[in-house]
Design a protein around this ligand. Structure first.
Ligand SMILES: Nc1nc2c(ncn2[C@@H]2O[C@H](COP(=O)(O)OP(=O)(O)OP(=O)(O)O)[C@@H](O)[C@H]2O)c(=O)[nH]1
Length: 519
């Protein structure tokens, strides 16, 4: 019994211990499971945090996560955890290194950006602040990187805007310079100066044709201006001189004419006096002849009368002399007046000549652009009235610049002259030709039928193609493009010029050496 009791008591103790052991085991198991859950969560977070940093680490963490799902005994995972710990430590030191390098790079790039010329002060200030801030952590370094990139972007935008502006400004400046050079060159051809000044102008023009720097362009423009001013002063001086001459001649003439008029009336009075004295004498003689039967007795009185007659004859002679002098003075005055008339006629001819030259192109001797506008306006008014066909034509030499470039501008000048002559030769009296610009000519063909104008223009084009130009021992063939149109509807001269230009442009873009009508 005792044994049984002892056994029973042993059993009961054992059971108690078993219960306690079970409880302990349950606690341990619970603890272990909680630790596994925490471990899993940690590994999962670590996987996310390290994702992409290192492929090997990614792989190992992935394997560990799978194992953790299956494995009951965590202790078996210890070797894997050791591998991961090693990989994480390696990654940490790698990241630290990289961070250090990145910081150095940020500093270096920031300094480079700071030295960039033309950066706005505000951007430079922000850059200085950024470089002065410490970056102990990776996050701070990251923020610095982003901020630096922003500043770089702003600087780039600013530079590209100012570069574009500069490129555009350069292009504009270049275009403007070309335009000014061509215009100055063209204006010189309209100036008609002789002698040294004319030669100097031609030299300037030749230099402009060869192309000049902006500085030289300004210098040449000033020189042209000076020459024009000198020319104007000279012209004014010579006009003044001419007018002064005429004025003093007229003053002298007026004086002598006044004297002549005075003399002439004095002579007239004298003559009247003499005539009445003569008449009185003649009356006295007649009366004496009737009264005196004995002439001998009358002789002394008659002798006195004769003396008086002689005195009258003497006075008459003196009067004649004065009259002769007066006639001479008058004929001298007449000569002077004729001379003055001739001088003014000469002056008028010179003015007319100058006016004509103002409308002529100095180089080609055809009309210039000013004349064209005047003529076009005139023909336009006639067209409005009579509605006859009125054609306007623009002729442009193809690749003319190449002639200048390859054979020199004197060759180019020659081409312009010969082509102008060739066009003129193929025109009728009533047609009009003007040099419109560099290598462009304009024609106005009034009252010409469609068939006739096509024939005329085709002949012009073909004649030019056949011109035997020869430069530097080379045969050079030159062609022209022609654009033309007709006045119709509500057209104005400006519309016509624009349409002719378009027609010419189409002829050129269609491949040159052709004629194109836009109706
Ligand atoms: N020799 C000479 N050249 C001139 C004169 N006037 C203008 N030029 C030159 O004529 C040239 C005209 O050039 P562009 O308008 O390009 O003409 P292009 O070479 O015929 O070109 P396309 O018309 O397109 O065929 C410019 O180089 C001017 O310098 C001049 O009186 N004499």
């Amino acid at each position: 019994m005792t044994d049984i009791n002892a056994v029973a008591s042993e059993v009961s103790k054992l059971k108690l211990r078993l219960d306690q052991a079970q409880l302990t085991y349950r606690d341990a198991s619970l603890k272990s499971r909680r630790e596994i859950v925490i471990l899993k969560r940690l590994i999962s977070r670590l996987s996310v945090a390290c994702k992409g940093l290192d492929n090997e680490l990614d792989e190992k963490l992935c394997e560990l996560r799978t194992e953790l799902e299956q494995q009951k005994d965590v202790s078996k995972l210890i070797p894997r955890l050791a591998v991961i710990e090693r990989l994480v430590t390696r990654q940490a030191s790698f990241t630290e290194n990289e961070n250090h390098l990145l910081e150095q790079q940020i500093f270096h790039s920031g300094e480079t950006l700071k030295r960039l010329p033309g950066l706005p002060a505000q951007l430079k200030r922000e850059l200085r602040n950024l470089l002065g801030q410490p970056s102990d952590t990776l996050v701070q370094t990251h923020k610095h990187t982003v901020r630096l990139l922003e500043l770089y972007e702003r600087a780039l935008k600013l530079m590209s805007v100012s570069n574009n502006a500069m490129v555009m400004k350069d292009a504009l400046d270049h275009d403007l310079q070309l335009q000014l050079t061509n215009e100055l060159q063209r204006l010189i051809t309209e100036l008609d100066f002789d002698g040294d000044d004319g030669e100097r102008l031609m030299n300037i023009r030749n230099r402009l044709l060869l192309g000049v720097s902006p500085k030289t362009l300004i210098e040449l423009s000033l020189e042209v201006l000076r020459l024009v001013l000198d020319g104007t002063h000279n012209e004014r001086r010579s006009s003044q001189h001419f007018l002064d001459g005429i004025n003093s001649d007229l003053a002298t003439l007026q004086k002598t004419t006044n004297q002549s008029v005075g003399q002439s009336s004095a002579l007239y009075e004298h003559r009247n006096e003499m005539t009445s004295e003569l008449a009185t004498l003649a009356g006295t003689i007649k009366q004496g002849l009737g009264e005196h039967k004995n002439l001998e007795a009358w002789r002394p009185a008659l002798t006195d009368l004769t003396k008086e007659l002689l005195v009258l004859a003497e006075r008459n002679k003196a009067l004649e002399k004065r009259e002769k002098a007066l006639i001479e003075q008058l004929s001298y005055n007449e000569g002077k007046i004729n001379g003055l008339f001739e001088q003014t006629q000469d002056y008028r001819r010179r003015l007319n000549d100058q006016e004509r030259k103002m409308f002529l192109d100095n180089l080609t001797r055809v009309y210039n652009r000013a004349a064209l506008h005047e003529r076009l306006e005139h023909e336009y008014r006639r067209w409005l009235r009579y509605q006859h066909p009125l054609s306007v034509v623009m002729i442009d030499i193809d690749h003319f610049k190449e002639v200048n470039d390859n054979y020199g501008h004197l060759a180019g000048d020659k081409v312009l002259k010969i082509i102008a002559r060739t066009i003129r030769q193929n025109l009728e009296e009533t047609d009009f030709i003007a040099r419109f610009g560099d290598d462009e000519f304009m024609l106005i063909l009034p009252d010409v039928s469609e068939e006739e104008r096509t024939k005329r223009l085709t002949k012009i084009r073909e004649s030019i193609t056949q011109l035997p130009f020869r430069f530097r021992d080379q045969n050079v063939s030159i062609t022209v493009s022609i654009g033309a149109t007709l006045f119709h509807g509500n057209d104005t001269p400006d519309d016509i010029l624009e349409r002719t230009g378009k027609a010419l442009f189409s002829a050129k873009t269609a491949g040159n050496n052709r004629m194109l009508w836009i109706s």
